[in-house]
Design a binder for this molecule. Structure first.
Ligand code: SF4
Length: 347
């Protein structure tokens, strides 16, 4: 089948209305920048789920980072996106303006040089992300152990996907098919989603990030939905195997264990996160117990958007009070956020 035939099918699809969800921030951004929605029939709705790491990070986590940044001899180290994510009162960037010690880096490994150069200071890395990002924190910890650096800790807000997808299915998200997260699948393998497909009788596709890759995967997903095939199909075989990358998952299992964690706007989801094991508590900056989520602007609808129950344009603040330059909620901060991408497309 030619790609033009696939596009024609998706453009002219006239069967029952379908709600398909991607749960990967990179897919959200790729779908927006490739204009994928423009070639879909109005009967195929593509929804962005909770796949953007900073979007799902609760306000209590940002608040805790701010507290740490204001402690003597303590510096919070983070990726750039997290700097602008609102906590319950302010963001890390705002805290920096009144004395918070915050360093932005491009890799967690950059903390090693900082900690070696300033043994008198404590460095706390903001460890957010999914199964994809978590392995790099294990490398940081390996190196901290090997170099005997005692002034590095991490504050974890690590999430895992199956719990969140279960939560969506159990709480009325009404999804007909999922585009499984591509990067996560590269670590976990496509089979990671078999249990969910079977339990909820919903098909999954694993997709790459190029325009043709996405179009073909969406076509595959629509076919699976209309033919009632609740299975997992891997359309990203150049990168994703059926099974997990054992080297990486054994690293993860060495340092982390599953935990019930809070997702912004969604509450506590059982077994949906990773926290440091007790034997590595010396590296923990206090991750356990971050159970509050008090949004700064009560009108922000990030939670409903992450659950597929509202779209960014339903939010009264969208594009007015809340823009990428003045984000009121986490979904407008990162280029992987639903609101950011909806704003991008509108512009
Ligand atoms: S537009 Fe802004 S305030 Fe509204 S839901 Fe999105 S991030 Fe929250």
């Amino acid at each position: 089948m030619e790609i033009s035939d696939v596009v024609d099918f998706l453009r002219n699809y006239d069967g029952r209305s379908l709600r398909l969800m991607e749960v990967c921030g990179s897919h959200t951004h790729a779908i927006a920048t490739h204009g994928i929605r423009d070639i879909l029939s109005p009967k195929i709705e593509l929804i962005s789920g909770p796949g953007c790491p900073v979007c799902v990070t609760p306000t209590a986590y940002v608040d805790r980072l701010i507290e740490l940044s204001l402690m003597p001899d303590t510096t919070v180290v983070t990726f750039g996106d997290l700097l602008r994510v609102p906590g319950s009162k302010e963001s890390l960037n705002e805290a920096k303006g009144h004395g918070g010690s915050v360093e932005m880096v491009y890799s967690p490994m950059d903390v090693l040089a900082l900690a070696s150069a300033h043994p008198e200071k404590n460095y706390v890395f903001a460890a957010v992300g999914f199964e994809t990002t978590a392995p790099v924190y294990t490398l940081l910890l390996d190196n901290a152990v090997a170099k005997n650096l005692k002034n590095i800790k991490i504050l974890t807000a690590l999430k895992t996907m199956p719990g969140a997808i279960s939560y969506l299915c159990d709480n009325g998200a009404m999804i007909d098919g999922f585009i499984a997260p591509g990067h996560v699948s590269a670590i976990t393998g496509a089979d990671y989603f078999n249990g969910l497909a079977e339990k909820y009788q919903i098909p999954f596709v694993v997709s790459g990030f190029g325009d043709k890759e996405l179009v073909i995967a969406i076509y595959g997903l629509v076919q699976m939905v209309i033919n009632n095939q609740p299975q997992v199909k891997n359309f990203y075989t150049s990168v994703v195997d059926a099974t997990e990358n054992k080297i990486i998952t054994s690293q993860l299992n060495k340092y982390f264990e599953p935990a019930d964690v809070v997702w912004r706007g969604m509450g506590v989801i059982p077994h949906s996160g990773l926290v440091l094991k007790k034997e590595f508590a010396r590296f923990d900056a206090g991750s356990v117990g971050l159970d509050e989520d008090n949004k700064k602007n009560k009108a922000c609808r990030c939670g409903e958007i992450l659950m597929g129950k509202a779209s960014p344009v339903d939010c009264p603040l969208f594009g007015k009070v809340c823009t990428p330059m003045t984000p009121e909620g986490a979904c407008m901060v990162s280029e992987e956020g639903s609101c950011f991408n909806a704003y991008l497309v509108r512009r």
